[in-house]
Every structure is written in structure tokens, then in C-alpha cells.
Design a protein around this ligand. Structure first.
Ligand SMILES: Cc1cc2nc3c(=O)[nH]c(=O)nc-3n(C[C@H](O)[C@H](O)[C@H](O)COP(=O)(O)O)c2cc1C
Length: 233
């Protein structure tokens, strides 16, 4: 299948400011359009809640771009014209940023990407498989190295504390909890496994994921195929 990667020759400006990218001066950033998310499945919310478990061991098989897109959408996808998302957010201020460390995803070059909810696209920040570095930055938790890909949440706390002051810190953590649970439930529905990882070295994660200075990393969710289930093709 052809690589679903398109280079777009427009100057891109992120809501959070300038973005660190490895593209050489003058070259266009790599933008990946994700497949449209499915709005239905054979898994009820009740079944997903009942089946949710933290899974740390995965089959050594690729994920598909559709699965990655579905997980990112579940976490932070835009679902209404006003920019409202799958997960609630205090004051609709959306302090969360969402990254992908891709190592073994069909039709997606290994690399570090940032999810852009409004266009349902990924922008590549760094090329290459960084799962080993991410694993080391997370106290060598092997689930990260074994998973074909990992979602990484960060937050720009100022987006929320600017309105709510100190209480905004609490709100950002609540926003993150809602979004991370969405990933868990979506993973169950896709017959995938994930675990929310909160133990890591903040500075090292920021470096590996190419995060902006004002962002703080919140969690890593490696995702992979469950052991003991049939391969999905
Ligand atoms: C805030 C938070 C941080 C966590 N950090 C880690 C972690 O660093 N590594 C890990 O393997 N699991 C981590 N977990 C997953 C918990 O260990 C797991 O949720 C718990 O054992 C209950 O199991 P269950 O999720 O299957 O119900 C974390 C969970 C939460 C909510």
C-alpha cells in the first residue's frame, strides 16, 4: 500500500508556538492525514468498561494507521463545529497536547509526531524509531519498547491556570484523566492493549518527544495487539 504521507508546502503555525522539526530549512513538514474515525463498533460502552485492564505485554505485530487514528481521535478528536472534543475540558480551554511515538505502524514512517485534532492529522517532529529512548526515559518500563506505538500526553498548564488560577492545575489533571480513560476504552473496542504510565523522567520525556518548553509531560500509553488473539488484517 502507498505511504499515506503528504508533504504540504505551507507555513504551519501551531497553537502552542513554533514547533521543533528536523526538516531541513526550506523543506515542507511531513503531514499525515489520518483515516476518518469510525463512529460505531460491536463493543458497547458497558463491555469496554468491563473489559478495560492495564496491559503491558503485546504481540510483535504492526498496528494500522486506522487504529492509531481511532485512538488519537478517542483521546482528543474534534466532534463538533465549535471545536468541542471527545473528552471534556474545563472551560473548553483544551490544555492537553498529544504525541505519538511510532515504531511499527503500517503506512507510517517511524518517528515522533504531534496530533492535530482540528485536521485529524499528524505532523512529524522527528524521524526514526524512538521507542528505546522513550523506554529509557520511563525508568526502563519494557511495555514501551515492546509496543508498536505509544501515545504521550502533555499539558500547557497556563491555558487553564490563566483563567482558573491555582485551581486550574487540578482541572488540567482532570482533563487528562478523562482523555486517558477514553484511550483505554477505545483500545478495548479495537481489541488492543494499553496501560497508562506515569512514572518517568520529565526532562528526558520532553527531550525525546520534542515537546515545547512550556509543556509538561503527563503520561505515556503504549498500545499493542493483545497476546492470544487472532491477528487483524
Ligand atoms: C496515574 C497513574 C499512573 C500509573 N503509572 C503506571 C506506571 O508508571 N507503570 C505501569 O505499569 N502502570 C501504571 N499505572 C497503571 C496502574 O498500575 C493500574 O491502573 C493498576 O494496577 C490497576 O490495574 P488496571 O488498570 O488493570 O485496573 C498507572 C495508573 C495511573 C492511574
Amino acid at each position: 500500500m502507498a505511504m499515506a504521507i503528504a508533504a504540504i508546502s505551507v507555513v504551519w503555525t501551531a497553537r502552542g508556538g513554533a514547533m521543533a522539526m528536523t526538516t531541513t530549512p526550506g523543506s515542507a513538514p511531513i503531514i499525515v492525514q489520518l483515516p476518518q474515525p469510525r463512529l460505531d463498533s460491536g463493543t458497547s460502552v458497558e463491555k469496554a468498561l468491563h473489559g478495560r485492564r492495564s496491559i503491558r505485554d503485546y504481540r510483535d505485530e504492526p498496528l494500522t494507521l486506522a487504529e492509531i487514528g481511532q485512538l488519537l481521535w478517542a483521546a482528543q478528536g474534534v466532534t463538533a463545529p465549535g471545536g468541542f472534543r471527545t473528552a471534556p475540558s474545563a472551560g473548553a480551554l483544551y490544555p492537553l497536547e498529544l504525541y505519538l511515538a511510532a515504531g511499527n505502524v503500517r503506512d507510517l514512517a517511524p518517528g515522533i509526531y504531534r496530533y492535530r485534532p482540528h485536521s485529524h492529522t499528524l505532523i512529524q517532529l522527528l524521524p526514526g524509531d524512538r521507542r528505546g529512548e522513550l523506554c529509557s526515559a520511563a525508568l526502563h518500563q519494557e511495555a514501551i519498547r515492546k509496543a508498536p506505538a505509544a501515545l504521550v500526553f502533555s499539558a500547557v498548564f497556563a491555558r487553564t491556570t490563566g483563567k482558573y488560577g491555582k485551581r486550574g492545575v487540578r482541572y488540567v489533571h482532570m482533563d487528562h484523566g478523562h482523555a486517558a480513560e477514553n484511550v483505554y476504552l477505545q483500545a478495548v473496542s479495537l481489541h488492543l492493549g494499553t496501560v497508562v504510565i506515569g512514572a518517568f523522567n520529565d526532562a528526558a520525556i520532553k527531550r525525546v518527544m520534542s515537546m515545547h518548553l512550556e509543556e509538561e509531560p503527563l503520561s505515556i500509553l503504549p498500545v499493542g495487539r493483545l497476546r492470544g488473539t487472532a491477528s487483524k488484517d
